[in-house]
Design a protein around this ligand. Structure first.
Ligand code: PLP
Length: 419
């Protein structure tokens, strides 16, 4: 770092400011966590210099002997961790993994049945702004209005009516477990492939805190940088019969040279995720989400579906009379990072939204437990309700910010000097 400071003080100061932000404020973004120093070390290595188009043992470049070992280790560790027959660790991101999965399983124009974006689906599940909605024919299923759970009857009806080539389950903001066996049954009924986009919860699967989709899906896509606590990146697990199609869809169809530094960092993360400590982390993440959600419910903020089974909750703020956008801004001023999020059948536009999403992977990796979650819930309730742009509101924000500082001060994400 001293060298970076000498060579490029502007970027060095960005790094320092971001370290301070992550350390000194509360991170409740559901799709983030803290990687280990070992993962960061692999990411910041000279493996970043190496071109290695192709796969281990079959590269289009020389000098790949060492990076081949990194990729082989990443693949073997991921296969062990997820009891997976085949894994591709090259996708640059979750969206790249999804692009490759579509390319392997469907043709442009084919019908794809996935959760609608306003109900918790991802952009790559059929948004018109994304390849998935531009090149494929998306049909969206929704959450049932009364329960806010996936309406499996509607999924089956839509599948029978539209005969999709591909059915996708998995979401960005669904706080409950997904019935993979039922999705499999529906996919089999209509002869569709089943893809589980496990981006959000693949870390919890690794830590045995939620059920695995691997036995049910034809393809499972995931991100390595959320609750899995690896580098930013994607991965794909598939049945052996689909292995060649998936590999060709990642390279050369969707990507060029793999990021070998990221792949080495993925290998480190997969090893860490196989330890008893990581299982403890994943299970505590879920317990913390439950404690946070219970605390927020007691503050009068209604959790969509009434609670959570995983690492996140979506809070409907309509009864509190605050929009998601305002709640996000108030929390940000008090040092609490979370994001606005639509609630099912949201009357507001997405840029405003009626809810916020909170998640516990980051705070759990810092070592916080249920007691801290209850305290944080009280702070969020207070700042969302009373953090107005008035003199009294500013005082509330200052008080909450001081308490946030005190809490995070007790749980540094990295030992001093290792970040
Ligand atoms: N799929 C789901 C369900 C996600 O939530 C996300 C990201 O939040 C992605 C895919 C895309 O991942 P990335 O941002 O790495 O492209």
């Amino acid at each position: 770092f001293a060298m970076l400071e000498r060579e490029d003080p502007e970027i060095a100061s960005v790094l320092l400011d971001e370290v301070a932000r992550q350390r000194d404020t509360l991170q409740l973004i559901a799709s983030e966590s803290f990687t280990s120093p070992a993962v960061l070390a692999a990411l910041g290595s000279t493996l970043a210099n190496k071109y290695a188009e192709g796969y281990p043992g079959q590269r289009y470049y020389g000098g790949c002997a060492h990076v081949d070992r990194a990729e082989a280790l990443a693949v073997e560790r991921a296969k062990d961790l997820f009891a997976a027959p085949h894994v591709n660790v090259q996708p640059h991101s979750g969206a790249c993994a999804n692009l490759a999965a579509y390319a392997a399983l469907a043709e442009p124009g084919d019908v794809v049945l996935a959760m609608g974006l306003p109900h918790g689906g991802h952009l790559t599940h059929g948004s018109r702004a994304n390849f998935s909605g531009k090149w494929f024919h998306p049909i969206a299923y929704r959450l049932a209005p009364e329960t806010e759970l996936i309406d499996y009857d509607e999924v089956r009806d839509l599948a029978l009516a539209h005969r999709p080539k591909l059915i996708i389950c998995g979401a960005t903001s669904y706080p409950r477990l997904i019935d993979f066996a039922l999705f499999r049954e529906i996919a089999d009924e209509v002869g569709a492939y089943l893809m589980v986009d496990a981006a959000h919860f693949i870390g919890l699967v690794a830590g045995r805190a939620v059920p695995s989709p691997v036995p049910y899906a034809d393809v499972v896509t995931g991100t390595t940088h959320k609750a899995l606590r690896g580098p930013r990146g994607g991965m794909i697990i598939c049945r052996p019969e689909l292995a060649q199609r998936i590999d060709k869809a990642v390279f050369p169809f969707a990507q060029g040279g793999p990021m070998m530094h990221a792949i080495a960092a993925k290998a480190v993360a997969f090893r860490e995720a196989g330890t008893p400590e990581f299982r403890g982390y994943a299970n505590q993440t879920v317990r913390n989400a439950r404690a946070l959600t219970d605390g927020l419910t007691a503050e009068g903020l209604r959790p969509v579906t009434g609670g959570t089974d995983n690492h996140l909750a979506v809070l409907d703020l309509r009864e509190a009379g605050v929009t998601g956008r305002d709640a996000e801004a108030r929390c940000a001023r008090a040092g609490i990072a979370l994001n606005k999020n639509p609630v099912p059948y949201d009357p507001e536009r997405p840029a405003v939204a009626s809810g916020v999403r909170v998640g516990t992977p980051s705070v759990t990796s810092q070592g916080m437990r249920e007691g801290e979650m209850r305290r944080i819930a009280g702070l969020i309730g207070r700042v969302v309700r009373d953090g107005l742009e008035t003199t009294a509101g500013e005082a509330v924000i200052r008080e909450v910010a001081a308490e946030v500082s005190e809490i995070v001060g007790g749980f540094p994400p990295y030992p001093l000097g290792t970040e």
